[in-house]
Design a protein around this ligand. Structure first.
Ligand SMILES: Nc1ncnc2c1ncn2[C@@H]1O[C@H](COP(=O)(O)OP(=O)(O)OP(=O)(O)O)[C@@H](O)[C@H]1O
Ligand SMILES: [Mg+2]
Length: 366
């Protein structure tokens, strides 16, 4: 288990002070993979480097399996090589003059192991990532995905307490990235290693993680299971960062348990209240995912008592393979809809957008 509490890191130079992270706290349970997700510069790498020991935090503590590796108050700082963590970075840093097996075995140098034991351990790690058959291959003659596997084998070979990943797939092309993310998830489920994974790619985070921690400006915005944080975000920032969403501004005018009624320039909308703190009169944003919207040619007849309806004009519909992407103009706003792939592509006509109240979220305005 990894436990991070009140972590802060300030970079100080002559010309400026950068508060890279502030009061970051989270836990990674044994065998789980927790992803730090967020836009560029939000402090993901800094947090990971503090856990690795490559950066000395200015505040807070880090415990790995109940052992303090950082405790700023008591001036505890365990150097990286004594934390027994495996790391995989964006640049794989594979030695070009070595073959695959040597690259992995090299990570065990300095541990006082025999050559034979080092080779055996390296073969075991290569087997885990399904690269044992390429152990003799010179490193420069590997594909991007294969290099990635060697980098993972090298991180695994010392039997680390935990694995740290920093954007490990971002050098791969889109198709390979999709394959490797499944591969990583499979590996994670198979070996059950405690991991922290850093990415700015929301779909990668959704696919790979047990938990997602969303960061912004050096702080944690929200955390949750992938399904929950995607389907039931509590913040507008989360709804926008995790996939596309449509937002309609308004005022909260009525509450019935979890059901909230919002009045705004698009008429009354009904949705699920995301934040129990919200009170009548609060300014809110109504969030609807593009895939939750249906398109009809006239009002009424949805068959659902509390379906929302908004009239608009279809400006453009494009075929996107598995769906049709439609831009619908509603007053000042442009609404994105993902429709069934056999939807009518004819543009420049009046349409009615329908979405169920249970697919509609009412979020606090930020
Ligand atoms: N050595 C440093 N000196 C000064 N500022 C730094 C240093 N390292 C990081 N920062 C700053 O700290 C903030 C957080 O950087 P960090 O690298 O953690 O972001 P990130 O979330 O990993 O972003 P990216 O997705 O672009 O990798 C940024 O504003 C960055 O400029
Ligand atoms: Mg980074």
């Amino acid at each position: 288990m990894i436990s991070v509490a009140g972590l802060g890191k300030t970079f100080q130079s002559k010309s400026e002070t950068v508060h890279a992270i502030r009061d970051v706290s989270f836990e990674v349970a044994a065998g789980e993979i927790v992803t730090l997700l967020g836009p560029s510069g939000c402090g993901k790498t800094t947090t990971l480097r503090c856990v690795a020991g490559l950066e000395k935090p200015t505040a807070g503590s880090i415990f790995i399996n109940d052992r303090p590796v950082v405790d700023s108050k008591h001036d505890v700082f365990v150097p990286p090589h004594k934390r027994n963590l495996g790391m995989v970075f964006q640049s794989y840093a594979i030695w070009p003059h070595m073959n695959v097996l040597e690259n992995v075995a090299y990570a065990l140098e300095g541990r006082g192991m025999s050559k034979a034991d080092m080779r055996a351990e390296a073969m075991r790690a290569l087997d885990t990532v399904q690269m044992a058959h390429l152990s003799d291959r010179p490193a420069p003659r590997l594909s991007g995905g294969q290099q990635q596997r060697v980098a993972i084998a090298r991180a695994l070979v010392g039997r680390p307490q935990a694995l740290l990943f920093d954007e490990p797939l971002s050098n791969l092309d889109a198709k390979l990235r999709m394959e490797m993310r499944k591969e990583l998830r499979r590996l994670q489920l198979q070996i059950g290693l405690t991991s922290i994974y850093v990415t700015h790619d929301q779909s990668e985070a959704l696919a790979i993680s047990d938990w997602i921690i969303l960061m912004k400006d050096g702080q944690i915005v929200e955390r949750g299971r992938p399904v929950d944080i995607y389907c039931r975000p509590k913040k507008v920032f989360t709804a926008q960062f995790l996939g596309a969403t449509n937002l309609f501004p308004g005022t909260l005018v009525a509450l019935d348990g979890q059901r909230a009624r919002v009045q705004g320039p698009h008429g009354d909308l009904i949705g699920v209240l995301s934040d129990p703190e919200l009170r009548i009169g609060a300014p809110v944003q109504v969030s609807v995912r593009p895939e939750a919207i249906r398109m009809a040619s006239s009002l009424g007849g949805t068959g659902q008592a509390d379906a929302n309806q908004i009239a608009g004009r279809l400006e453009l519909a494009v075929f996107a393979g598995n769906a049709v992407e439609a831009d619908v103009r509603v007053g000042e706003a442009k609404v994105l809809c993902l429709l069934d792939h056999d939807a009518d592509l004819k543009a420049d006509r009046d349409v009615v957008l329908t979405f169920a109240a249970e697919d509609t979220l009412v979020l606090a305005n930020e």
